[in-house]
Design a protein around this ligand. Structure first.
Ligand SMILES: *[C@@H]1O[C@H](CO)[C@@H](O)[C@H](O)[C@H]1NC(C)=O
Ligand SMILES: *[C@@H]1O[C@H](CO)[C@@H](O)[C@H](O)[C@H]1NC(C)=O
Ligand SMILES: *[C@@H]1O[C@H](CO)[C@@H](O)[C@H](O)[C@H]1NC(C)=O
Length: 144
């Protein structure tokens, strides 16, 4: 698992200099990616590809649940954890957040999946969400 992460990261480094998109594909330039409660934790390269920063980004800031379809979606202050349990990260073909989610109206829990690479980006070593929120409360710690 770690090998996969690292090889993806190394392969993406040459593209860093020309990367202009602020959000998305954080897994290409971050390593040691894991889910800790509602946080995605990762160690990410800054834009010089020289310094690594450790981050924890609370996905409740930008992931919610579509109350009609019971699917995870990108939503400002979406607080998906109010509706979802048993969340984990799957790795093929991307960092997929998978949970069992039930909408407010009730009904059966539904398996829901969201590709975190679609909405989490690495902004100069800091994990960010596509909703524009989600900068960590504390400054990411530098890691060597
Ligand atoms: C993320 O990577 C995929 C596959 O390499 C690419 O198609 C997509 O455009 C990238 N998205 C962003 C936001 O860079
Ligand atoms: C959800 O996924 C789990 C694990 O893969 C599976 O055991 C369960 O049957 C699934 N539930 C539904 C409602 O699809
Ligand atoms: C990116 O972070 C590095 C330190 O890791 C800093 O030297 C550089 O100025 C930052 N770039 C921008 C555009 O903020």
């Amino acid at each position: 698992m770690q090998l996969l992460t690292i090889s993806r990261w190394v392969a993406a480094v040459p593209a860093l200099a020309t990367a202009v998109t602020a959000y998305g594909n954080f897994s290409h330039t971050c390593q040691d990616i894991e889910l800790v409660k509602t946080d995605v934790r990762a160690t990410c390269l800054d834009e010089t590809a020289a310094i690594l920063y450790t981050n924890e980004l609370d996905l409740n800031l930008c992931v919610g649940l579509d109350q009609t379809t019971a699917q995870l979606k990108w939503e400002l202050l979406g607080k998906f954890s109010l509706y979802c349990v048993n969340c984990a990260l799957a790795w093929i073909p991307a960092p997929l957040l998978t949970c069992s989610c039930a909408p407010l109206a009730g009904g059966n829990a539904n398996n829901a999946t969201l590709n975190l690479d679609d909405g989490v980006g690495n902004s100069n070593g800091t994990l960010t969400c596509r909703t524009g929120q989600g900068f960590p409360v504390s400054k990411p710690k530098r890691s060597t």
